[in-house]
Design a protein around this ligand. Structure first.
Ligand code: BGC
Length: 971
């Protein structure tokens, strides 16, 4: 049964409180519960809305997390970090009213951790006077492996009122959660097993089998499992992905594509599943596990190697331990080893690039089992098996066809109306003959004649082939060890009717699809009065969904799907507003750092299966300016968004290593020459490589100085500032002429100079003038920027007094622009400004994805400028949005706009609407935070409000937690 969240979990008052304070308003919960006719949940939520007596007004704790996860199992971080949110319970429930009595802030907290079974206390933080509710590091006794813990939070508000867990769950205060450790460094008993040694890929998928005796007094069971490849496990014929819970809070949807993609040279993740309910107490326990090639041994790990040779390893391998705990505490284990058996399954082939072939006519029962082979080597010993710190990939959304048409050659063309990443589900309803072959191809676009446009897939076959069992066939087939980027299917060999002019129930039942992506929670949204902009925003979100599949990828469809680092760094700011990407990026950063070359080069993509960074050939693919710099930029974004100081501390030395390496290579000139890809995919506005890399190097030194300060390394900060100064001078000497004009003139050149501070005052003026003239006159209100310039464009214009021009560019609909693809029916972001245009049709087929998120970086401007929600990055007390900025800049072209962002501390909202000569601005400052507010009108026209204090800066006000509405004069 597929698990999905419903309001059904809001069964008690406390749960409803938690739910509401996590993100949704109680009204939304009530509405949802009413829709589902869930009377209990409706009643609970209504009760939660009823004001409680003064004496019960307290802070409430919700959204308790450990290392960013809900109640993780198999968690191996020795010093896990706790986080939670506080919100007011009581009179101030539905209206977070700045004028009412507190609580508004946490003033102290106490965390107690106990072993769950024995109740033994292992940590009591004591009362800590602090308002922080995130990134609280565990400081208790060393954690034990395979042990469940409870943790409880108690908080005080500004009146000293204490909020404690009410163990009976009858009151509103229930602030206990759990986590469970995994191996925590203890060795695995299981061995790596595989089939007969071979080094070919595109082979049948084997299924392995191991048996444990029945355990009549079993009380609990966990499966710990990993693979160099992809695994799919069944226990006693029950699908573990479908039937068990995993550690993530983000969603209950089935997981897939495990164990995910890491730098397999150094590490692989394992997952832990609670399989207690699947254990046979009176029957033996049989584990069957499919093992596909995946990222480890499939084409994605071979395509660019010399002669398509394997890189990580020759063939997929598997390792698993089933721990069945008995009533007396002893553990019965089933571990992979030489007593395991295997045979080939009906999956004749499965590959991430090429797709999957499944032959249901194969009589697997008739196939004899063979002995599994145990693999041992030093290379295998070097691969650390680490806990699943990232988010599980899951089947997140079911999509139905929007239209189905039959071509003259009999091919059915199915259109889902949305480009996305996932897999189709087909149900032949027993209409085929035994041996009939159904072939499904995937495409993002159609050719003018209505056939699939697949040229842009390059060598990826992206095809599902299904061989039917015949008339008694029932059920749905969905590929399991691959994924496709597509909007359209082309189906050949379908046995009978599939669709008609209108989609009916039958066709929906025959063909549907699952969107597959990492289970991140949505944390942001944006909407405004301009429908095209709303669609652009939705397309950006789909770009994120489609390319957040365990690794942040460039694209999901062609023979690439790699963790390209520039794509990641330019999009990460927008991405972390749209979704909670803390665990996702933290996991990826570990791999990025493991892939750093011994000299210091961060790779151009991570994981780097070809080890290009280490073996850089100077033309392509190794380290590159703007790409490798993700090693600094992404940790910084995690710090500003989530207050994560640990990533900065962990990787600071690596960052410096990368910068020092470039400095060394410049031979003391400070002119850097690493910009392999330049300002990638710009519109006829190339820059020289030294220009791009010297500018980026300068900017990264500035950023490194900020990072050094954030972690208290002042001497390093000074050193970085010194390198910046030298680089700036070298840059000016080389790239500015005697009149203070840029020698290379493109929009990106001017943006770099302005944003990175590579100019004196005269040069700044010149650069700005050039930028504005180039946009408005030379290019008639169009951009020319590529991957590196585009993310800066609107922000730099805004910061330089050109907000109106920024709006005009954003709302431009003619080519090239953000909205042009939207006017052409795009449902995702395109790789190129000219991936398709009316004049020339499809763009350069050698590289033409219709699902690339890089240009979607612009969404951060929607949050930060249109609606004005922004972090205050360099103030340590502000980290994680404890304190933040609200400063919308309403554009004349829009009548209204609103956004929200569920920060680590709670939901921030900002929405404005023009009315005649007035602007109505609503905003929300979550509990336990402070907003620095700059109004979109002169400060002395701001009406007095008890929640607001004007600061000595004049235009900046401080706002207490609360919901505010202001009617302001329009300029
Ligand atoms: C990818 C890009 C990537 C680039 C490097 C392309 O093939 O799709 O998004 O950043 O290579 O230039």
């Amino acid at each position: 049964m597929k698990r999905r969240f419903t309001t059904g979990i809001a069964l008690c008052f406390a749960a409803a409180v938690c739910l509401a304070s996590a993100s949704d308003s109680l009204d939304e919960i009530i509405q949802a519960a009413e829709k589902e006719a869930n009377d209990e949940a409706v009643a609970a939520a209504r009760k939660a809305r009823t004001p409680v007596p003064e004496e019960r007004i307290r802070l409430s704790v919700s959204d308790m997390r450990v290392e960013y996860h809900g109640s993780p199992i198999g968690m191996d971080e020795p010093k896990p970090r706790f986080s939670y949110r506080v919100s007011p319970v009581g009179g101030a429930w539905t209206v977070l009213d700045p004028e009412t009595t507190p609580p508004k802030h946490q003033t102290a907290r106490r965390i107690v951790v106990k072993e769950k079974k024995s109740g033994r206390q292992v940590w009591d933080s004591g009362w800590v006077e602090s308002g922080e509710t995130i990134q609280i590091e565990y400081e208790g006794e060393p954690l034990k492996p395979f042990t469940a813990y409870t943790w409880t939070v108690t908080v005080k508000d500004e009146k000293g009122r204490i909020s404690e867990s009410d163990e009976t769950c009858t009151g509103p205060y229930y602030f206990t959660s759990t986590f469970e450790t995994g191996f925590l460094g203890t060795p695995w008993e299981a061995e790596w097993i595989g089939t007969e040694p071979h080094s070919e890929n595109l082979q049948p998928v084997p299924v392995f089998r191991g048996e444990a005796p029945s355990v009549p007094d079993a009380v609990e069971a966990r499966l710990y499992i990993t693979a160099l490849g992809l695994y799919k496990p069944y226990l006693n014929n029950r699908d573990i992905f479908e039937e068990t819970t995993t550690s993530s809070l983000s969603s209950g949807d089935p997981v897939c594509m495990t164990p995910g993609w890491t730098d397999y040279y150094h590490r692989v993740q394992y997952q832990a599943y609670d399989v207690t309910e699947l254990i046979g107490k009176n029957t033996k326990n049989v584990l069957t596990i499919y093992l596909a090639e995946g990222w480890y041994a499939g084409r994605i790990s071979r395509l660019w190697s010399d002669g398509n040779k394997p890189t990580y390893g020759d063939q997929p391998l598997l390792k698993a331990e089933l721990h069945i705990r008995r009533a007396d505490g002893s553990v019965v284990k089933l571990v992979t080893g030489k007593d395991w058996k295997y045979k080939d399954s009906r999956y004749v082939m499965s590959d991430i690039y090429d797709g999957e072939t499944y032959d249901s006519t194969i009589d697997t029962a008739a196939r004899p089992f063979k002995d599994a082979v145990v693999f041992k080597s030093e290379a295998l010993d070097r691969i650390a098996i680490e806990w699943n710190s990232g988010e599980f990939v899951r089947e997140r959304e079911r999509l139905s066809p929007k239209s189905i048409r039959k071509l003259d050659d009999g091919t059915w063309i199915v259109d889902f109306g949305q480009n996305f990443t996932g897999r189709e589900r087909i149900n032949l309803h027993g209409n085929a003959e035994k041996g009939d072959v159904v072939r499904v191809r995937h495409a993002e676009m159609l050719n003018p004649d209505g056939t699939l446009y697949t040229d842009n897939l390059r060598s990826a076959k992206a095809t599902t082939t299904y061989v039917s069992q015949g008339h008694h066939e029932i059920g749905v087939y969905e590929p399991q060890f691959t994924f496709y980027g597509f909007r359209y299917l082309g189906i050949e060999g379908w046995p009978n009717r599939l669709g008609a002019e209108t989609i009916d129930f039958f066709s929906r039942d025959c063909v549907s699809a699952e969107a597959v992506y990492s289970g991140l929670r949505k944390t942001g949204d944006f909407t405004c009065s301009e429908p095209l902009l709303n669609k652009l925003f939705q397309n950006i979100v789909w770009g994120q969904k489609s390319n957040f599949l365990d690794v942040p990828t460039d694209c999901p469809q062609r023979d690439e799907r790699l963790g390209w680092t520039a794509d990641t760094q330019v999009f990460a700011n927008a991405a972390t507003y749209n979704m909670d990407a803390a665990a996702f990026y933290t996991k990826w950063l570990r791999d990025l750092n493991l892939c750093q070359s011994p000299e210091g080069g961060y790779p151009s993509f991570a994981p780097d299966q070809y080890q290009y960074a280490a073996a850089k050939d100077d033309d392509f693919f190794g380290y590159a300016s703007g790409w490798s710099d993700a090693g600094l930029i992404v940790p910084w974004i995690l710090y500003t968004k989530y207050g994560d100081k640990r990533v900065l501390e962990l990787y600071f030395d690596n960052m410096v290593k990368w910068l020092d390496f470039q400095e060394r290579k410049s031979g003391g000139t400070y002119i850097i020459d690493n910009a392999v890809y330049g300002d990638w995919l710009n519109m006829d506005a190339d820059l020289s490589k030294p220009f791009v890399s010297t500018a980026y190097f300068a900017a990264m030194n500035t950023l490194a100085a900020r990072i050094a300060r954030a972690i208290g390394r002042e001497a390093d900060a000074l050193k970085r500032e010194e390198v910046f100064r030298k680089t700036k001078e070298a840059f000016r000497a080389r790239f500015m002429d005697e009149n203070g004009e840029l020698k290379e003139k493109t929009q990106t050149a001017a943006l770099f100079v302005l944003d990175f501070g590579l100019c004196d005052e005269k040069e700044r003026k010149n650069a700005l003038e050039f930028l504005v003239t180039d946009i408005t006159e030379t290019r008639k209100l169009h951009l020319s920027t590529g991957f590196l310039g585009t993310p800066l464009l609107l922000r730099v214009l805004t910061e330089n007094g050109q907000v109106d021009l920024a709006y005009k560019l954003l709302l431009q609909t003619s080519f090239p622009s953000w909205l042009y693809p939207v006017t052409q029916g795009a449902t995702t972001m395109w790789e190129r400004w000219d991936s398709w245009n009316e004049e020339r049709g499809f763009g350069d087929v050698s590289m033409n994805s219709f699902n690339h998120y890089a240009y979607g970086a612009v969404a951060d401007w929607f949050y930060e400028t249109i609606c004005g929600i922004r972090p205050i990055p360099d103030d340590p007390a502000a980290r994680g949005f404890k304190r933040f900025r609200l400063e919308p800049q309403p554009g004349h072209e829009l009548k209204s706009a609103s956004a929200h962002y569920d920060s680590a501390y709670g939901r921030i909202e900002s929405g404005w609407e023009r009315r005649e000569n007035e602007l109505v601005w609503n905003f929300t400052v979550p509990c336990n935070t402070t907003a620095e507010v700059v109004f979109p009108c002169p400060a002395d026209k701001v009406p007095a409000h008890p929640g607001l204090t004007r600061t000595e800066k004049g235009s900046v006000f401080l706002a207490k937690p609360g919901k505010y509405t202001f009617t302001l004069p329009l300029n």
